[in-house]
Design a protein around this ligand. Structure first.
Ligand SMILES: Nc1nc2c(c(=O)[nH]1)N[C@H]1C(S)=C(S)[C@@H](COP(=O)(O)O)O[C@H]1N2
Ligand SMILES: [Mo]
Length: 383
């Protein structure tokens, strides 16, 4: 067995409050109240690995090779890369395409993520475009291919993941080769020393432990780029329908979505009190337009103010207080909409691998009656 980058007890110390789905590859997501901050701290950020964590003994000898359809192939050391290009910082949401998969019915293959495989961080690095332009992009280049040393569990000859980007996204100003997260050196668990940051694209496109970029004349067909992996059916499929992988397309821009981070499921509030409701909304390429809340199961939706985002790819905060009127169950729902009119659906958009579930989230709690005893206690406490 290769030495593991970190063992479970250390992960629990580094990231307390994360639910660990899978101890072998270390896949873990936070409870939603840990996400109640504009910038997700590293300690609460989910981790997703398709294989074994690579054992990176010596960061000093790390190199990044640029080859394929370029005029001048290059090999960069970390200091040379940082010296040659401008460092930029982009605040952006990173969300796993499988976030919310557990809510699909019938269930699909894949890690049963709840709603926590998402976070918003400050990513610093160099623009991928600057590095590619320095190498000279040949006219035939249409796609990037990204490589990393991690391997599938128990299969040292098989790459864990090798994905890429359409050349337009690779050359877009927001796309980075990042070496820092929240103003700290990029942690190994999050792909340090170097990772791709592709704002608005699914997490799978954010290659960690990046050591080679190759420009290609066709869509990259590396590990987890083919078949139904990180791909959606072009036409809606019903559960059980026969799958033809040629009718699937690579997931690019993520759909509009929102997350209520406060209160959490199981909340209890006394009748007549106010419930503090807060969360975030975000989208992929199409800008966010609005967020609405409903407290009556979706009959009535009320617009709620959205704070400005730190950048176009950051999530945006909403915060309000709702009166808990009648005793009984209370369900709060949030629904985001983008400027093209796309809206979060009430039912999950089913697909065979359970990707891109942006269904409206339901947070349920109880409004307690203010009984005589409660009132007496409040009286004795002088409230
Ligand atoms: N080398 C490598 N990069 C990878 C992966 C991986 O398994 N290996 N997983 C991808 C997936 S599916 C996601 S969602 C994100 C998760 O990033 P995080 O672990 O920093 O949260 O990393 C992506 N980059
Ligand atoms: Mo992912």
């Amino acid at each position: 067995m290769p030495r593991r980058l970190i063992e479970l007890p250390l992960l629990r110390r580094l990231k307390p409050g994360l639910y660990v789905h899978d101890e072998e590859a270390l896949n873990a997501e936070p409870a939603l109240d840990l996400l109640d901050e504009a910038i997700t701290p590293v300690s609460a950020f989910f981790i997703r690995n398709n294989g074994e964590l690579p054992d990176i003994a010596d960061e000093g000898s790390w190199t990044l090779a640029i080859d394929g359809e370029v005029e001048r192939p290059a090999v960069w050391t970390l200091p040379a890369l940082r010296e040659a290009f401008e460092t930029v910082t982009e605040t952006a949401v990173l969300e796993c395409a499988g976030n919310g998969r557990a809510q699909f019915s019938p269930a699909t293959d894949g890690l049963p993520w709840r709603l926590g495989a998402v976070g918003c961080a400050r990513w610093s690095g160099v623009r991928l475009a600057d590095v590619l332009n320095h190498a000279g992009v040949r006219p035939g280049a249409v796609y990037t291919a990204h490589f990393a040393p991690d391997r599938q569990i128990g299969k040292p000859e098989k790459e864990a993941l090798s994905r890429g980007l359409p050349i337009a996204k690779a050359l877009a100003p927001e796309t980075l080769i990042a070496f820092a997260m929240n103003d700290e050196p990029l942690p190994r668990l999050h792909g340090g020393p170097l990772r791709i940051v592709a704002p608005g694209y699914p997490g799978s496109a954010w290659q960690k432990w990046l050591n080679r970029i190759s420009l290609r004349t066709q869509e990259h067909d590396g590990e987890k780029m083919r078949g139904t992996d990180y791909r959606l059916p072009i036409h809606a499929l019903r559960p059980g329908e026969l799958l033809d992988p040629t009718h699937f397309a690579v997931i690019t821009d993520m759909p509009v979505k929102s997350l209520i981070t406060r209160p959490t499921n199981g909340f209890i509030v006394a009748a007549g009190e106010m419930v503090a409701v807060a969360g975030f909304a975000w989208s992929g390429a199409i800008p966010l337009a609005a967020v609405e809340l409903s407290c009556d199961g979706g009959s009535r939706w009320d617009d709620i103010a959205l704070a400005p985002g730190e950048s176009p790819f950051a999530w945006r905060r909403f915060e309000t207080r709702l009166p808990a009127v009648a005793p009984g169950p209370l369900t709060i729902m949030a629904r985001a909409r983008d400027t093209a009119g796309n809206c979060q659906p009430l039912e999950p958009p089913w697909n065979p691998r359970g990707y891109c579930n942006n269904q409206v989230q339901r947070v349920s709690g109880t409004v307690r009656a203010r009984d005589a005893r409660g009132l007496r206690e409040e009286f004795s406490r002088g409230i």
